[in-house]
Design a protein around this ligand. Structure first.
Ligand code: ATP
Ligand code: MG
Length: 355
């Protein structure tokens, strides 16, 4: 197939790991006869320095006109003092909004090769393979009224959780569809014993499941889910969450599987999907050639599967990552005794060799 991929490396380690993922995509394209056109643009702090805004119009236009976006990370100490509207992170919100990215998908999978090095109990974490499907552009982060107001000399901070039936349906659909390609089990997370928005959430998800008789659905209160994730994470396949619960639980699930440098994410909506590692710009290690490229390479694999329906190619990248880890290659963040310490580029080269 022919496709255009917008490449937004951004700041910090983003500038190191994104080119590595592009290398892998090029290798896949060559082997499978695809023509990917990579077009780079500025985003985040780097765009602030060059153009004065975190999300230049040109970048936004490119993203909209592409078939998928590969993003690195934005931000860093250099831009921390800036006004909120000028912060690098604003670029993420801008992209999510403009591209209508309502679904955030975060797989948390334990690579067996890393199980021994984990500080967590092996019998608990072994075999973890969870996909958190988080609603991304609704809920309490965006509901109105919101703000800090002063009434009769007393300040109050206000946020409102709002979900419409359609918003719940479209995110639940993503979860059910994803479950069909996995172990066919959706756990919908809510707080329906307390929140009205959750009561509606549960009702709509239950109704929608009737269209997916092959997928098992269960409901779980968020507090119980947070506990179950630590107690017995293997029970979960797809976790369907609203914006805030998904924010929290996806970080919790990530920590079960080890390094932040390993985990990818996909944000999808009506048209263009955006793919990025879950980690940030990691200013503490940026520019040293030691960053783990796997999270971004795995994000590129998701790009192929979700945006281009090239599931075989996406799976090939994932298999190559597993093989490379099995061979003992480790970047600094996942290095342990008896394994082979490599830099960002060497890790990528090994993955390409194992494709
Ligand atoms: P943000 O606010 O953007 O989320 P953060 O400081 O909270 O940034 P990261 O930038 O992800 O989070 O960094 C957290 C820690 O994880 C740092 O110690 C960083 O060095 C480490 N880290 C992040 N990404 C990687 C990577 N790709 N390889 C190795 N270590 C990483
Ligand atoms: Mg952070």
């Amino acid at each position: 197939m022919k496709a255009k991929i917008a490449v937004l490396a951004g700041d910090g380690v983003g500038r190191e790991v994104v080119p590595e993922a592009v290398k892998v995509l090029k290798a896949v394209a060559e082997r499978h006869g695809h023509a990917f056109d990579f077009v780079s643009a500025d985003v985040g702090g780097q765009a602030i320095d060059k153009i004065g805004v975190p999300l230049p119009q040109e970048t936004l236009t490119l993203a909209k006109q592409s078939d998928a976006v590969l993003l690195g990370a934005v931000g860093g100490p250099k831009w921390e003092g800036l006004d909120y509207s000028l912060r690098p992170e604003r670029a993420l919100l801008g992209l999510r909004e403009a591209l209508g990215l309502y679904a955030n998908l975060r797989p948390a999978k334990l690579y067996m090769a890393l199980a021994d090095a984990s500080t967590l109990k092996k019998e608990v974490i072994e075999g973890i393979d969870i996909l958190v499907v988080r609603e991304l552009i609704g809920g309490i982060y965006f509901g109105k009224p919101k703000g800090i107001e002063k009434i009769g000399g007393v300040e109050r901070g206000v946020n409102t959780e709002v979900y419409t039936t359609d918003e719940i349906k479209r995110i639940a659909k993503v979860a059910f569809e994803a479950a069909r390609k996995r172990r066919r089990k959706v756990t919908s997370v809510d707080k329906a014993n307390v929140l009205e928005s959750s009561e509606l959430w549960r009702r709509v998800v239950t109704e929608l499941q009737k269209g997916y008789p092959d997928v098992e659905l269960n409901h779980m209160y968020v507090d119980n889910c947070a506990m179950q994730l630590v107690r017995n994470p293997k029970q979960f396949d797809v976790l369907l969450c609203n914006n805030m619960f998904g924010d929290i639980l996806s970080d919790e699930a990530a920590m079960l599987t080890g390094s932040i440098g390993m985990l990818p994410s996909a944000s999808i909506g009506a048209q263009v999907g955006l793919y990025e590692p879950i980690h940030g710009s990691a200013p503490d290690i940026a520019g040293k050639g030691v960053a783990n490229p796997i999270a971004t390479i795995a994000s590129a694999a998701m790009l192929l599967s979700y945006s281009f329906q090239l599931e075989k190619e996406g799976a090939a990248i994932e298999t190559a990552i597993v093989r490379t880890l099995d061979l003992g290659y480790r970047t600094k963040d996942i290095h342990s005794a008896g394994t082979r310490l490599v830099g960002t580029g060497e890790m990528t080269d090994a993955i390409i060799r194992n494709l």
